[in-house]
Design a protein around this ligand. Structure first.
Ligand SMILES: C[S@@+](CC[C@H](N)C(=O)[O-])C[C@H]1O[C@@H](n2cnc3c(N)ncnc32)[C@H](O)[C@@H]1O
Length: 326
């Protein structure tokens, strides 16, 4: 058990030992069964799906995006991977995924390499879940020894915080410290073992390069015939909607322009590019270019700081006029 658990929690934990042990035994046999089931399934059959709640997550929009996929592609790139809804829906055999968020990238690496250890730690967090426990884990990134924590400890921490925090946001302050308050969910599901095992099986079976860095660098190796899906932080539709909640570095107009120029270079290289963005006038004029087809679609926004603003809004899907899948 972690040295950060208080004596009071240790007592509570001891009292619950019998229930806990039985549950862990049941869940670890479930985990093994999930692993065996995943191992038997072929590509595209794995129940891989997002393991985090993520601002801008594409799950709700998948059925629409599927109408704008290329007929054929050699390899897949997703430079703003987030919670990976598109990757898991496509399950390509060869892919490169990337994000600037190091905590997020670490989760993908740990799921690939240590799914069992991750599930055990997530189960411990679920057993211990209280408001006090949440804040105890949250403040770990304010301690000097945070960087000595193992990748699996860090991944379990971020998954637990994501599933129990207010609105499932990932937000850090100017020092890079997680600062979202506790979410008061009655019975939050931290992880589904079958999903973690399916993702792990997929990441091990496919050739999937997991990178941490800037989007431009992530596509440096993309060749003719590759399919690249860009899902950047969206440009605000109005001055009052600039809340994004991704990281301490904003993604402003200059970044959107840099992305458009990159799309142009990839187009010249013969790559097939699809990009999502808000239906902001700035984005519409940026892609008002004969090389691109801009489609306006309706999307459901699950995460918005203001509850009344959650609902259907217009978004853009932009592609460089490749041959669409029938
Ligand atoms: C809209 S989200 C992606 C959502 C994802 N498609 C999903 O379904 O969950 C945008 C992502 O871009 C990442 N990001 C922000 N700036 C970046 C940059 N310069 N290069 C790469 N990733 C970046 C954020 O950390 C965030 O995960």
């Amino acid at each position: 058990m972690s040295e950060n658990i208080s004596p009071q929690q240790e007592t509570t934990f001891s009292k619950a030992r019998f229930v806990y042990t039985t549950r862990v035994q049941r869940e670890s046999s479930y985990t093994k069964a999930a692993a065996e089931q995943s191992a038997k399934k072929s590509f595209n059959q794995l129940e891989a799906k997002p393991f985090l709640k993520w601002a801008g997550g594409k799950r709700q929009l998948l059925s629409v995006i599927q109408q704008y996929l290329p007929a054929k592609y050699t390899e897949y790139y997703e430079p703003f991977i987030g919670a990976g809804a598109m990757l898991f829906s496509l399950q390509p055999k060869s892919s490169t995924i990337n994000d600037t968020n190091s905590e997020l990238v670490n989760c993908y690496q740990v799921i690939r390499d240590q799914p069992e250890e991750l599930l055990k730690l997530c189960q411990q967090h679920r057993e211990n879940n209280t408001k006090e426990y949440y804040y105890q884990l949250r403040q770990q990134d304010r301690q000097d020894d945070f960087n000595q924590r193992t990748p699996v400890e860090k991944a379990a921490r971020i998954i637990y915080l994501n599933k129990t925090c207010f609105n499932g946001l990932f937000r850090v302050n100017s020092s890079g410290q997680f600062n979202v308050p506790y979410g008061k969910y009655k019975n939050p599901v931290i992880v589904d073992p079958a999903v973690i095992q399916a993702i792990s099986t997929y990441l091990n079976r496919a050739t999937c390069r997991i990178l941490k860095g800037d989007f431009e660098q992530a596509v440096a190796t993309a060749k003719k015939g590759a399919f690249i899906y860009f899902d950047p932080p969206y440009h605000p539709v109005s001055d009052t909607s600039s809340f994004t909640g991704y990281s301490m570095n904003g993604f402003g107009e200059q970044e959107q322009i840099r992305l458009k120029k990159l799309c142009d270079r990839l187009t010249d290289r013969g790559c097939q590019v699809l990009a999502s963005n808000s239906a902001a006038p700035f984005i519409k004029s940026l892609y008002d270019d004969p090389n691109y087809k801009v489609v306006e679609v309706k999307a459901t926004r699950a995460i918005n700081a203001v509850a009344s603003k959650r609902g259907k809004i217009n978004e853009l899907l932009i592609h460089n006029k490749y041959v669409l899948r029938k």
